[in-house]
Design a protein around this ligand. Sequence first.
Ligand code: MLT
Length: 279
Amino acid sequence: MPPPAAPAQSVQRRPAMDDIGEGVPLLLLHAFPLSRRMWRPQLTGLADSCRLLAPDLPGFGSSPPWPAAACRMEDMAAAAVARLDEAGVAAAVVCGLSMGGYVALALYEIFRERVRGLVLADTRAAADDEAGRGRRLESARAVECGGPPALAALASSLVPRLIAPRTRTARTELVAWLHREIAAAPPAGVAAAQRGMAERPDRTHLLPRISVPTLVVVGEEDEITPPAESIVLRDRIPGARLVTVAGAGHLSSLEQPAAWNGALREFLRGFTPDGGGGG
Ligand code: MLT
């Protein structure tokens, strides 16, 4: 006779993480409101160069629901470090795109010893202004109350801003995929992340204190975190290098994976699998 099923409340779901390839560990932190699935072009294109660890951040993909109304960037950073622990990785090159970049900076601030290098893609160090915070809180409420139709509306307003005009016309399959992913995102996770991003502090002060090799990447046509934000990161982080990806908007890693992966591959060459930092 099969054993009785465990009661629902005792089921522990571990957030999923892709873990493929060998070599320098590269932790990939996804954008809002997506999941680790956005890293598919990197998982297929970079597995010969490094060990890729791509977790679902709390509240997204197959992560369990986040138990509070807000999921701060520090909470997401702690969750990502827990995934590194589970994978037996002491320190990684930490790469975050947009919201993932906010998380990467929080992770650097709190868990400095776990970071061998940073890749900050299509992101910024500054906090939201008052109007931006208000929009996020309103969007969190709308998604929580409105469920799937509100997510579809969020997708319609967000997708045109996530990718460059040329990508929108040339990559209709990517456009359709983004709509599906956003419409299927867990409403509670989306709301918690919006509140967490609204609360995030300005981390500009941290930039001159970053002492690991850092690569900044930005889509030339990014309208959500325009290249000017990346220039601030490049100028304030000692020794940082900036790569601008032509023909890409905000989701540069998805829009121009060959150029993006090429920049990462070159950056990763400066690291040894077992601990040496690049420079
Ligand atoms: C993202 O792509 O993660 C978002 O645009 C971040 C944000 O809303 O600030």
